[in-house]
Design a binder for this molecule. Sequence first.
Ligand SMILES: Nc1ncnc2c1ncn2[C@@H]1O[C@H](COP(=O)(O)OP(=O)(O)OP(=O)(O)O)[C@@H](O)[C@H]1O
Ligand SMILES: [Mg+2]
Length: 643
Amino acid sequence: MRNREKTEKSFENRLSLLQFFLQGSVCLFVSAMIAASAVSFADMLLPRIMTFTVDSVIGDLEPRLSPYFLGLLERAGGAGIFRRQPYLIALLVAATAAAGAVCRYLFRYFNEAGAERMVKRMRVSLYDHIVHLPYAWHGSNSTGDILQRCTSDVETIREFVSEQLTSLVRVAVLIVLAVWFMAQISLKMTAAASVFIPVLVGYSVFFYSKTGSAFLKADEEESTLSAIAQENLTGVRVVRAFGRERYERERFEKQNEYYTGLWIRLIKILSLNWMTGDLLTGLQYLLVMVTGSVFCVRREITPGEFIAFVSYNSMLTWPVRRLGRVISEMSKAGISLERLRYIMAEGTERDPENALEPPMDRDITFRHVSFSYEDASGEALMDVSLTIPAHATVGILGGTGSGKSTLMYLLEKLYPLAPGQGQILIGDTDLADVSTPYLRSQIGMVLQEPYLFSGTIADNIGIASPEDVDEDELQDVTMKADLLNTVRRFPEGFATKVGERGVTLSGGQKQRTAIAQMLVRKTPVMIFDDSLSAVDAETDDRIRRALRAASGEATVIIIAHRVMTLMHADRIFVLDRGRVAEEGTHEELYRKGGIYRRICDLQSGGGDEGAEEAGPTAGSSLKGKAGQRPDPAGKEGGHEEKV
Ligand SMILES: Nc1ncnc2c1ncn2[C@@H]1O[C@H](COP(=O)(O)OP(=O)(O)OP(=O)(O)O)[C@@H](O)[C@H]1O
Ligand SMILES: [Mg+2]
């Protein structure tokens, strides 16, 4: 497994996860913050220019500047030069504003570039981690919820870093600079104006800390809403077929209403907060205006300084109020980070050190395997012991829910066996010691419910193949899977688009595409999990004949409900409620007169009227319908069949 180092981390807390996401974009964010500080500084200079203009250019007061700037001014000809050439003021303002604009541009650029880079890293690492999570994890988490976390929560964190975190630094710099510039005008007035800073910040922090859980609840309900919509879109056929549109619409509407209600309540609380914030800001403004006017009248400050002070104060109120909001968004980001940590802290499928890659043309042995799914009440498999001989064709028959697919999932290590749940061996090697990617590359499995990706038929067939599949090979495998004629009927042949945005294949056609997909890989172990259930009996027969030739030396496992699909296997295991109830060849099992015989008789449709020896329905009565009914003699249409 390449590039797995990053997802092996445990991410004990949110900060470690944030640090991980920030790798590669920290420099950009730091540059953005430096640019933001420069913006704040440029903004601070403008009121100073205003003070100078009002007091020393329009008025005739001595300019209050630092000795350095005073020296510069003297050398240039004193304040009088600005009176004689007023455009110089405009130039000064324009230069300051231009410097501010350039810094603003740099800030935006660095900030957005950093945010994009971080989001890209988040998407890549989340996706990479999710595809490596155990199969069981996917089973117990809804797709809608996972998607919600990967979109909305990622967006919240992006906002947090690129807006809140940078503005936190920006605000801090702004407050320090503003207070410093204000203090130079009047310490007393600065003290009066600053009284409200801790009040405003404290109030916001208190308020938003109380609303954190409400935000979390709203996020959770949004996930549920997405999950309902996603489920309905995926299962649209079922919804239509069962006329459940109204029920589903009502379910969606109910959740939507609940979610909207939650947000309306949240907005009410938020509005209350904004109102209180406005009120406090108004009070502070009032205080500054009153004290400023008094000080101005008492000649403690100049009119120019008064204007500058009011400007600094208004510059301050916005960021101070924003601070509370920033802190509130932080609580939201904290929740989103936690929701992503839920995914990222989950352990991926891991192999033991020095995982083995044993040859797969060996006997496969299940030894006392018992297994139950995490959220299920009963056991899916109970003390199953069976051997699948190398190169043999083995059939597994059993009612629904008897554990057939589970057996194969365990063989593919989709669910790893815990200690005490028995053992699976490939030759003499314990499956637990076998490398999972290797194992899966060696086992070809046609799933019970095949899934086609959006793409062409050729893409889908070649999806699991390590090499490109050429036209000849495509023809060969599709012929064996009895799909070639179907493909030829499509105007675009193998280039026909299937999947969500392409033509819809029938259940049987899908199954046959999945068979072709597996054949192309030429794996030493082939599993057909109920793979011929959706094709008619004649096609079933034809495919089996072709597969027999195609499977060659491979170990073949056929899972089926239909006896005729697996009756020619070298060995048949009958599963009943998680246990191996019977095993043997078709003849042995038929003669035994147990479950297998009963299924055989039921499927032949003839019962057992006087057919103890010959079995139900002799071949003669099936002329022209070869392969439609199980034949106890193990022959079909005069051909001996293996698959
Ligand atoms: N992901 C799962 N979580 C919980 N229980 C499960 C899960 N998958 C299967 N089961 C349960 O395990 C038992 C065995 O299921 P399994 O899919 O192996 O049956 P099967 O023999 O393949 O049935 P079928 O012929 O219908 O495909 C069933 O009782 C089923 O309900
Ligand atoms: Mg199954």
